[in-house]
Design a protein around this ligand. Sequence first.
Ligand SMILES: [Mg+2]
Length: 214
Amino acid sequence: MMRYKSVIFDVDSTLSGIEGIDWLAALRGPEMQAWSSSLTERAMKGELPIEAVYEERMNKVRPSAREIEALGREYVARIATGAKKALAELRGSGIAFVMVSGGLREAIIPLAREVGVPEEAVHAVSVYFDGKGDYAGFESTSLMTRQEGKRITVGKMSLSTPTLAVGDGMTDSEMKSVVTNFAAFTGFTRRQPVIERADFVVETFEQLTDLILR
Ligand SMILES: [Mg+2]
């Protein structure tokens, strides 16, 4: 039995075990890493709105094109255990996927390819470079830089229902009002406020597959 026709995935700490912007910040040294990950954690718990920290972090980290390529490889290397197999099985059952992320689109595309999600189904924040490949800004108008961005974006999509959203953060749980169900993914992090809002809690992609198909 197929319980959902569309599944909406978060990326960082859900499909892959990294927080992309924190990984980039770590390239600038341990102090920047600690600063960035404390902001990420507070935003994911709902203590800080994402938009308050997005620009500040990007202006400090200023990732180059080469660093974004390296991050793309890291997303693939750190893919969640069982995710590739699970998505292949789900896709084989005719389920449609969407990826929604406050992360950087150009770094996420290689992971989308790896799990068979088409580029047009990837909703994230673009990063820009100059002719030398140096950082030249990001898509600050993207809804994905905002606290309600995932909810608004998914709410406008005409997805086949029932729909399931899966993620580890507060911006994921905010999709609950526009999807049939929300599952908290705890394979990498367990965030209590997110778990409390969830219809289901799944720790592995095997559990997720069972929830969707069996
Ligand atoms: Mg996440």
